[in-house]
Design a protein around this ligand. Structure first.
Ligand code: PLP
Length: 361
């Protein structure tokens, strides 16, 4: 790759498009003649307000966000929303139902239990979170305030291939690790949220897309900084927003548009993942951790039958200039995170390396 950059398969923070980094680099000391960096600007200045408004408009267009939804740019990462979601939403009935399909949905579920009567709507723990439950396995109480799931399980490498049917119960979805990688009908959701550092921007901004009618009913104990209504009223500027990250998000939105928008990206990313899964499925040594039908296009988890061989693979891949292919410490094996910004050549090179390793061990 150019500039001595390597193919970085990190699960997050992860690769950003080279074009985006180069443009940010060019503008880093003097943003478009303003005489200052975006990092040094007042968030109340005209020049930053334009960056903010443009970024929001571009993101809304990319995701086709309907007008009865607000897009918020908040801080605290996806994990802060694990608390904000029950605080903002559970007031209506005191109950909520969670699909527990991996690490982050489990953390969200555990956190929500502090605030109400929380039930497990479905789980895939019985088979080490290697699959996504089917619709018939999901139990949603009709009086739940919301149903919660995580679209892509970053650690286990599974991804929902359908939007669950929940009747009148609003759906809340953590899309931290697959947002803008596939088309989403936002109107099917009550809330969509994502930490930016997998697919969208540097760590530091969390995007929350909230149906406006669902905000404004937070529990009285809700910390002011976690309430969505105040952020809707203040257009994400109740306090200083993550200015630099919002600017970077705007650049990533431009880049996504140049790739054919989310529809274009969906084709590209699916092709990349399919290439990798085919090589793994056709190998002698490797097999996928996730079950067919539940496999993630973003985080491809695979392993051999030997922890020693896995370690050898990781060590040799590092020598060959691939980084971060070691699986999460919770599951072992390997994981290739191939988010939007991973170039096709990166996946092609990894496929060659896997084939080569397969033949020589
Ligand atoms: C990374 C990740 C999180 C945690 O995000 P933070 O911004 O670090 O809080 C939550 N959910 C999913 C699906 C993730 O991939």
């Amino acid at each position: 790759m150019a500039n001595g950059r390597i193919y970085n398969f990190s699960a997050g923070p992860s690769m950003l498009p080279l074009e985006v980094l180069e443009r940010a680099g060019k503008e880093i000391t003097n943003y478009q003649g303003s005489g200052m960096s975006v990092m040094e600007m007042s968030h109340r200045s005209k020049v930053f307000q334009k960056i903010f408004d443009d970024t929001k408009a571009k993101f809304k267009k990319l995701m086709a966000v309907p007008d009865d939804y607000e897009v918020l740019f908040l801080q605290g990462g996806a994990s802060t929303q694990f608390s904000a979601i029950p605080l903002n939403l559970i007031g209506s009935t005191g109950k909520a139902d969670y699909a527990v399909t991996g690490n982050f949905s489990n953390l969200a579920y555990q956190e929500a239990k502090k605030y109400g009567d929380i039930a497990v709507a479905c789980t895939s723990e019985d088979q080490d979170f290697s699959y996504i439950p089917t619709q018939d396995k999901i139990v949603v109480r009709p009086d739940a305030s919301y149903f919660y799931y995580c679209a892509n399980n970053t650690i286990y490498g599974t991804e929902w291939q359908y939007i669950p049917e929940t009747g009148n119960v609003p759906i809340v979805c953590d899309m931290s690790s697959d947002i803008c990688s596939r088309q989403v009908d936002v109107s099917r959701y009550g809330v969509i949220y994502a930490g930016a550092q997998k697919n969208l921007a540097p760590a530091g901004v969390t995007i929350v897309i909230v149906k406006k009618e669902l905000a404004g009913h937070e529990l009285p104990i809700t910390p002011k900084m976690l309430g969505w209504q105040i952020e809707i009223e203040k257009d994400s500027m109740y306090n200083t927003p993550p200015c630099w990250c919002i600017y970077m998000l705007g650049l990533v939105c431009d880049w996504l548009e140049s790739q054919g928008g989310v529809a274009g990206m969906e084709t590209i990313k699916h092709g990349k993942a399919q290439m990798l899964y085919d090589v793994i499925d056709n190998s002698r040594l490797f097999h996928c951790a996730a079950q067919p039908g539940s496999r993630s296009d973003m985080n491809v988890t695979f392993r051999t039958d030997s922890a020693e061989l896995d370690a050898k693979f990781v060590a040799e891949s590092t020598e060959q200039g691939f980084s971060n292919l070691k699986g999460h410490r919770k599951v072992g094996g390997m994981r290739a995170s191939i988010y939007n910004a991973m170039p096709i050549e990166g996946v092609e090179k990894l496929c060659e390396f896997i084939k080569h390793f397969d033949q020589n061990n």
